[in-house]
Structure formats: C-alpha cells, structure tokens
Design a protein around this ligand. Sequence first.
Ligand SMILES: Nc1ncnc2c1ncn2[C@@H]1O[C@H](COP(=O)(O)OP(=O)(O)OP(=O)(O)O)[C@@H](O)[C@H]1O
Ligand SMILES: Nc1ncnc2c1ncn2[C@@H]1O[C@H](COP(=O)(O)OP(=O)(O)OP(=O)(O)O)[C@@H](O)[C@H]1O
Ligand SMILES: [Mg+2]
Ligand SMILES: [Mg+2]
Lengths: 255, 255
Amino acid sequence: MRTIALTNQKGGVGKTTTAVNLGASLAKLGKRVVLIDLDPQGNSSSWMGININELDKSMFDVFHGDVTISDILHETCVGNMWVAPSNVALAAIERTLVNTKENDSILKNSLSPLQDHYDYIILDCPPSLGLLTVNALTAVREVFIPLETKVLALNGLVTLVNTVNLVKDKLNPALEVTGIIACMFDVRTTLSNEVVKRIKDKFHDKLFNSVIRESTKLAECPISGQPITLYAPESRGTQDYMDLAREVIEGEKKK
Amino acid sequence: MRTIALTNQKGGVGKTTTAVNLGASLAKLGKRVVLIDLDPQGNSSSWMGININELDKSMFDVFHGDVTISDILHETCVGNMWVAPSNVALAAIERTLVNTKENDSILKNSLSPLQDHYDYIILDCPPSLGLLTVNALTAVREVFIPLETKVLALNGLVTLVNTVNLVKDKLNPALEVTGIIACMFDVRTTLSNEVVKRIKDKFHDKLFNSVIRESTKLAECPISGQPITLYAPESRGTQDYMDLAREVIEGEKKK
Ligand SMILES: Nc1ncnc2c1ncn2[C@@H]1O[C@H](COP(=O)(O)OP(=O)(O)OP(=O)(O)O)[C@@H](O)[C@H]1O
Ligand SMILES: Nc1ncnc2c1ncn2[C@@H]1O[C@H](COP(=O)(O)OP(=O)(O)OP(=O)(O)O)[C@@H](O)[C@H]1O
Ligand SMILES: [Mg+2]
Ligand SMILES: [Mg+2]
C-alpha cells in the first residue's frame, strides 16, 4: 500500500485538484484508492459530493480517537475510490491537540489498519505547515509536491523540503519526496516553461514527466460532484491526470 | 485612516498580489500606505525585497508585545509605502496565544498609534480562518475579499462572510465587507465572465468594477523586489491595479 501526502504550504497550487483527479485516474486503472481530506475547508470532500455541513463523523473524530478511518469512509461516483471527509471542525485540531503527547503520530496510527485493503492512500493537505500537515508527513512514506508553474513556486519549495527533512529526521525516517507535479501549466506563455526548466535543474529525478496543463474543464468540475475522468473523459485534463497516474504506477516497481 | 484586511481562506486567490500592488498604486496616487504581512510564509515581505530569514524583529514580536509596529517598519522601493514584515515565527502565534485572555484584540491595539500618520493600513492575511485572520478582522474596519474568478470562489465566500459576521457580532461591530475584487480574470474563457456575473448577482454593491486580469507580468514581478507599478508601469497589471486604487479612493467619501 502506498501512502502519499499531497503537500505544499502555498495556496491554490493544485493539491486538491490533484488529490481528486489523480485518485480517480488511479482508480480507473484498477487501483483501490482512499482519499483522506485533511483540509478544514473540506474542498475534496465537497468536490466528491459530500455535504460537509451535515457530517456525522469526520477526520476530526479520527484525530480524537473516537472512530477509525474505515468508520467514516464514503463511497463515491468512482468505483474503487473512497473519501474520508473533513470539515471546519478539523481546524480546532491545531489548538486542542497542542498539549497532547505524541500528537504528531495520531494519523500514522489510524492508517495502519488500512494496510491490506487498499493500494493507494492519498492525503490532501491544507495550505500550511501546521499540525495537520506534520501529521500527514509523519504518517506517510511518500510526499508529492504539486507546484503552480509560476515564479513563486520555487521559494516555497525550499521551505517545504526543509520541513520534510525535519520530519524525516525527528519523526519518520521512511519519508521521501518521491514526486513533484507541475500543475496549471500555461501553454501560451514562456513563463511556465522556464519555471519547469528551473525545477528540472534542481530536482530532475523527482519531477514527473506528465505536466498538468491549465484547462477550463478542470476549473469547472469541482462543483459537478465528479472528477475530470467522469466529467470530461475526452478532455486534456483527463489525459494529463491519466498520464500522471500511469507514471505513478510505474514508480511502484521501485517501492 | 482606512484599515483594510485582505482576506480569503482559499489559497492562491490573489491576496498577496493585491496587497502589494493595490498598496503600491495607492502610494503612487499620493497616499501613505503601511502593508502589514500577516502570513507566516512572508510572501509580501519577500516580494518587497526584505530578507525574511534575517529579520531581527517582525510581526511575531508585535504580537508578543515586545515592539510596536512603528519599530519594525521597513521602507520600500515605493515612496510612501512601508512594510511590517513577517516570517515563519508567526506560525507559532496560533499555539502560543491560545491561552492568552483577549488574544483576538492584540493586533487592534497595536494599530491605534498609527492613526494620524498614515492613510491606508493594508493587512495581507494567510489562507486560513485561524487566530491570525481573526486578529486581522478584529483590528480593521473594512474587509476586501480577493477572489479567483473560478467556480470554487463562491463556496468559500459564504464561509468567509459568515466568519466576518461572527467577528462583527462578538468582537468588532464596526467591521464591514466593503469590497470584493475579481482577480486573475481570464479574458480568453467564458468561465471568468460567468463567475463575475454570479458574484454580481449576489454581492452587486460590493464587487469593484475594476477587474484584475491574468497577466504574465503580474506573475513575474514577485521575485523582482518591485510592485507592478515599477516593474512594468505600462502593463495591463499596472492599469488594472491603478484603476482599482482610484475606485478604492473614491470610496473614501462614504467613510
Ligand atoms: N490545471 C488546472 N486548470 C485550470 N484550473 C485549475 C487547474 N488546477 C487547479 N485549478 C483551479 O485552481 C484553483 C486552485 O486549485 P486547488 O484548489 O486544487 O489548489 P489547492 O492547492 O488545493 O488550494 P488550497 O491551498 O486552497 O487547498 C481551483 O479553483 C481549481 O479548480
Ligand atoms: N492577475 C494575475 N495574473 C497572473 N498571475 C497572478 C495574478 N494574480 C496572482 N498571480 C499569481 O498567482 C499566484 C497566487 O497569487 P497570490 O500569492 O497573490 O495569492 P494568495 O491569495 O496571496 O495566496 P496564499 O493563499 O498562498 O497567500 C502567485 O504565483 C501570483 O504571482
Ligand atoms: Mg486544497
Ligand atoms: Mg498570500
């Protein structure tokens, strides 16, 4: 079972869009996928049609040890893909767990029962490096970093890689950045190309070849309740995420 | 003195780009502007050329009552515009101030000494609704909401407006959403137009007429150390932010 945190403290870079659409593409290729929403804004939960204002139990309750992840899994319109949803209650975690001993490993412990039942566990992280993201980094073996192909992308990358290394040292020796995903690639300007080139220079062995291009369909589908693979199966958005999914699956040989 | 929080919990919608470029445009039109960076990622501080890894004193120290905002103001390449910078130390605020009595009003108190010295205080908020944003909302009279003209924009708007109303009720009766700014407007697709139309239907009296269009120059200038008004004075980015600044100044008559 591969456990992957989709992490980038910069806002709006494509974490949620990748969580949902890479997840759905992996499921379409036959993998059993659990998407864990770790953002109190619940974007990936709402995207998949879950009413986050009427959640009986959510990731908040998992963090408090009241339920397991299996207890809160929702089926989705995608065969082989389930969602463990979140809502604003999760924001309180940063405060309520501050004084709990071993508060970084709570999520790690809740992932182990899933071991033999699923192929991919994907964690959609919020735009910050707080307790929720640290829990994600402590719980998984792999980090994928979605990046918007704009100049600010690289500044944040250094801070993020430092945080990953810190968690690796202190809490989770198995942790690796195993992928960087160029998102929202603007085919009309040279800027995107230059940014990808600079990421390649610095992180060539990590950057996926599949680039996710800007596409109106990808911007539209979050309120459709469907991932791009169902909303617009012939679109460039589906092409790009399916290409990425195949590349991710190829990486299984090294694990 | 107008005090304005640039707030939206959604990531990457243009809060920082607006803080820097609206601030610089107001300064170009003769206003004395203080830009307060409230994001531990320090994007607006770095943008204006401040080395956030070597900050002697920052907003963190203001929150701890060790210095005043005046003590930490940096001059910038823009006449009439100063920056009160932040860096990652600020992230600790969410935890260290949790148990402090009246921890929502710390920023409000630190703004009052600035009253007669400046025309505009602009607060660049992080992508969350935590203690830093609540402090911003408690400290100011006005909220401007930058929105990316994509479908997800409207979902988050409801949550944000609810939070503003909550702060207004409990902590700051003078607080008003006085502006919504359509950012990153994509002129090539109909999607942006439809989103603006829907915002207009719901919030017609708040939406600024000036729309900020997508522009490569705006995406490039964050690492130049300059706002768009200096980096590319003839560009559409400068046009749009100068138009917005004039519209904002017109709003002074109602204050
Ligand atoms: N390839 C793309 N083409 C067009 N629009 C996109 C693309 N990828 C993402 N978007 C849109 O850009 C916005 C930001 O994307 P998304 O929400 O996935 O980022 P995020 O990193 O999860 O943001 P946050 O930090 O707020 O969690 C959304 O409106 C999304 O629909
Ligand atoms: N009008 C525009 N045209 C092109 N690029 C833009 C425009 N406005 C913002 N950007 C770019 O989009 C990205 C997100 O913008 P910005 O950092 O201002 O958003 P933010 O709301 O402050 O994000 P965060 O939530 O992470 O603080 C940045 O790379 C920025 O340079
Ligand atoms: Mg997200
Ligand atoms: Mg910002």
